[in-house]
Write a protein that binds this ligand. Structure first.
Ligand code: NI
Length: 256
């Protein structure tokens, strides 16, 4: 049983064969999928997937690169969508200074990040965090969140082992996907070696970040066994243990 904690099956990349592909997932041992929203305009599509497929769940949230879409009116609407059945998280939310160098826009990201964290607290939902080239600011905002006991996962964890230790000590999970299979991901491999298995979640970020040997191609949850194999190798445990423990971890975080 494999728990896919982060995929975007609402993405246009799946328009041609979405139904067929989703049909294959359960046959291949994918027990659960959290479909994560990134754009405000895609939230309803994600909720429709969760409605249609019993093993699908959805988050509600807006990615830092997309917060320009948000305003008070649609934030209120998002809040009401977050009460929908099968919504299990707020995400993906966070900071992305890789794509956004403008300081005012970065402030805007922080503003909506904090607003969405407050929404998670209000709804008693865990958060799915996206952070790229914004290690320090994300960490300090997550320290505030940890004080309010907001649980969550740092998705596609990409910082150092030292920063990972800080997140782990605050009780956060680390989302591990295809990047761990890349030859040049030494830092992430070290983090995975050091992190306790009960703090790791499996994810793909499909359609992005396909593992080796499919790097650069469209990703899907069917590639998770490649990620599992690499985590198993790094930690010296079996693939079965990796699948079982990460599934248990995700069920604990998302309550599904
Ligand atoms: Ni994502």
């Amino acid at each position: 049983m494999i728990f896919e904690s982060h995929a975007h099956y609402d993405d246009e990349a799946f328009d041609g064969d979405r139904e067929e592909l989703i049909g294959k997932l359960q046959e291949q041992g994918i027990a659960c999928v959290i479909n994560v929203t990134a754009e405000y305009s895609h939230i309803e599509r994600s909720l429709a997937l969760a409605e249609k497929y019993p093993f699908f769940y959805s988050s509600v949230g807006v990615h830092p690169s997309e917060v320009g879409e948000l305003n008070e009116d649609n934030f209120e609407r998002m809040k009401s969508l977050a009460t929908t059945k099968k919504v299990v998280a707020i995400g993906e939310i966070g900071l992305d200074y890789y794509w956004e160098k403008d300081k005012d826009k970065q402030e805007e990201q922080k503003f909506w990040f904090r607003r969405q964290l407050a929404l998670a607290a209000e709804m008693s939902l865990p958060v799915i965090i996206h952070s790229r080239d914004a290690a320090e600011d994300t960490l300090s905002i997550m320290e505030e969140a940890a004080k309010k006991n907001i649980p969550g996962v740092i998705h596609c964890y990409s910082y150092s082992r030292e920063i990972a230790e800080k997140y782990l000590s605050m009780g956060y999970f680390l989302g591990i996907g295809g990047v761990v299979t890349f030859q040049n991901s030494r830092k992430l491999k070290e983090t995975v070696e050091a992190a306790p298995i009960d703090r790791l979640l499996l994810e793909t970020d499909s359609p992005y970040l396909a593992p080796e040997p499919y790097r650069g191609k469209r990703n899907s949850s069917l590639n998770l066994p490649l990620v599992i194999a690499e985590i198993a190798r790094l930690k010296g445990i079996t693939a079965q243990e990796v699948a079982d423990r990460t599934c248990q971890n995700a069920r604990e975080l998302f309550h599904v």
